[in-house]
Design a protein around this ligand. Structure first.
Ligand SMILES: [Fe+2]
Length: 150
């Protein structure tokens, strides 16, 4: 994976008393970075003051984003393809507004033959779970930024 040219973004931290920086993608288009099988992420922003990140996610047909819950809210918007939460009947399509409340565990399942593309603003860490709802991972702006810069 090529190194990612994130730049420090004054707009993110100029009002912060502790001056913890944030990073935004340097350029109009960031690369797709793989995480789970079939899942790629185009990161736009890492806000290290608030531990937020903004990302466009692209998922191959039949792929799954493993069960997890968020410690803060997530706002999103469907851009392409169809997907649902394994735990619910609700289906997201292009143009769907998405809200994931803190503490609610879910598994994203891609439907149909078209890749899914959605935008998400993730506010805080999320906890990855196994099939018994035991924690198996921790994802947040800090470790994602480190991963994206490898
Ligand atoms: Fe989620």
């Amino acid at each position: 994976m090529p190194p990612i040219p994130f730049r420090e973004n004054n707009l993110i931290y100029k009002n912060s008393p502790d001056m913890v920086p944030g990073f935004a993608m340097d350029g109009p288009v960031s690369p797709w970075i793989p995480t789970e099988p079939g899942i790629e992420n185009r990161f736009h922003l890492f806000d290290l003051n608030q531990n937020h990140f903004a990302v466009t996610v692209r998922c191959a047909p039949g792929s799954v984003i493993a069960r997890h819950y968020h410690m803060g809210a997530v706002l999103g918007y469907g851009l392409q393809g169809r997907w649902k939460y394994k735990e619910y009947d609700w289906v997201a399509v292009p143009g769907t507004f998405i809200y994931e409340p803190p503490g609610e565990a879910h598994t994203l399942v891609i439907l149909g033959d078209e890749p899914m593309i959605s935008y998400f603003h993730v506010m805080g860490p999320h906890i990855q779970l196994d099939e018994n709802d035991h924690q198996v991972g921790w994802v947040e702006a800090f470790n994602l930024l480190a991963y994206a810069r490898q």
